[in-house]
Design a protein around this ligand. Structure first.
Ligand SMILES: Nc1ncnc2c1ncn2[C@@H]1O[C@H](COP(=O)(O)OP(=O)(O)OP(=O)(O)O)[C@@H](O)[C@H]1O
Ligand SMILES: [Mg+2]
Length: 225
């Protein structure tokens, strides 16, 4: 049995809505082993992005446990301690790569410079960044700025940035959500290929059933809270 790199136990998160609190994530538990992939599916508003934000510490759960690599975060009163906030920041720097729904690249830097920046922030020496752009099929666009390439190409550059940091875990929020079917399939092919090569675990929120069925596991949040 391979080692667990990401796990949640009885994880809960709600948001205030007027007088009430709507529970979006309700005592959710799962484990994910090194190198495995998991799709997070469910209706719009079911909590997919919220879950990804919890798993990288950008949101704090109300209750439950998250284990990332060998670090455990137990939430008591829905408030992250200063020590936990620092631990999460370090994990996002080196261990967890996050690809948001809208590729967030630095606009004044070329695609290659964006990848170089991400790799150096994660503590890697300059060198292999071009490889990741080529792997994701945007090597020819490396010296262009984000506003000089298409949305799909930006999305691939964002994935290249994450893989250049050699993360143990990649969280991708609808990485193909804004792409046409053919481009989405190409990006997905590249994504799974690079994931296989690097051996990182992948958690992907998606509305795309075909994409979800390519993952090792599927977590269905259903209708949500
Ligand atoms: N910061 C917030 N404050 C209050 N409510 C929030 C907040 N973030 C999310 N929500 C609510 O939590 C629910 C889940 O939102 P979330 O973005 O996780 O859904 P989703 O499954 O990612 O949806 P989509 O498929 O549309 O991206 C929604 O009802 C949303 O309005
Ligand atoms: Mg979402």
């Amino acid at each position: 049995m391979s080692e667990t790199v990401l796990a949640a136990a009885a994880l809960s998160k709600g948001f205030r809505s007027g007088e009430d609190t709507v529970r979006v994530i309700d005592r959710l538990s799962f484990t994910l082993s090194a190198g495995q992939s998991m799709a997070v599916i469910g209706r719009s508003g079911s909590g997919k992005s919220t879950l990804l934000n919890l798993l990288c510490g950008l949101e704090t759960a109300d209750a439950g446990d998250i284990t990332v690599a060998d670090q455990n975060f137990e939430v008591k009163q829905g408030v992250a301690s200063p020590a936990a906030t620092c631990q999460w920041a370090l994990l996002r720097k080196r261990t967890i790569g996050v690809v948001f729904q809208e590729a967030n690249l630095m606009p004044a830097m070329t695609l290659l410079e964006n990848v170089q920046l991400r790799a150096s922030l994660a503590g890697h020496r300059a060198g292999g960044e071009m490889h990741w752009l080529e792997q994701l099929g945007v090597g020819a666009e490396a010296h262009r700025f984000p506003d000089q390439v298409s949305g799909g190409q930006r999305q691939r550059a964002a994935l290249a940035m994450v893989f250049a940091m050699h993360p143990e875990i990649t969280l991708a929020d609808e990485p193909t959500g804004s792409l046409d079917r053919q481009t989405a399939e190409e990006v997905a092919d590249r994504l799974f290929e690079v994931q296989r090569q690097t051996g990182c675990a992948l958690v992907m929120a998606t509305h795309d059933q075909a994409l979800a069925s390519r993952c090792d596991h599927c977590l269905d949040l259903g209708e949500g809270g």
